[in-house]
Write a protein that binds this ligand. Structure first.
Ligand code: FES
Length: 109
């Protein structure tokens, strides 16, 4: 079983297991990671699964889709490292990846 980690805004490090094919959001919700609200549970319309993928991880992830790009533009805390966790499907090369969670989640719309 692969492991990914989340780092909350107050520096809690939370490691969770994830299966290939699951999304980063699904793994967070299954392990009750605080700060990943995922109100639409992966439909890609709420913006409340916002995470930051910084450093080398940013280059390993598949690029943002046009849709994800548009959604992120609506989020006040979004920046260059921002991603929607529901739009990232786990692959083996993401084993050990660390995602930061913003201070708060802002729902789109
Ligand atoms: S869970 Fe709603 S956009 Fe990701």
């Amino acid at each position: 079983m692969a492991i990914i980690s989340f780092i909350t805004h107050d520096e809690q490090h939370i490691a969770v297991s994830i299966k290939p094919g699951s999304t980063i959001m699904e793994a967070a919700v299954a392990s009750a990671v605080p700060g990943i609200d995922a109100q639409c549970y992966g439909a890609g319309v709420c913006g409340t699964c916002h995470v930051y993928a910084a450093g080398p991880l940013r280059d390993v992830l598949p690029p943002r889709s046009d849709w994800e790009e548009e959604m992120l533009k609506s989020l006040p805390l979004a920046g260059a490292d921002s991603r929607l966790a529901c739009q990232i499907r786990f692959e083996d090369r993401l084993d050990g990846a660390k995602f930061r969670i913003p201070e708060r989640q802002d729902a789109v719309g």
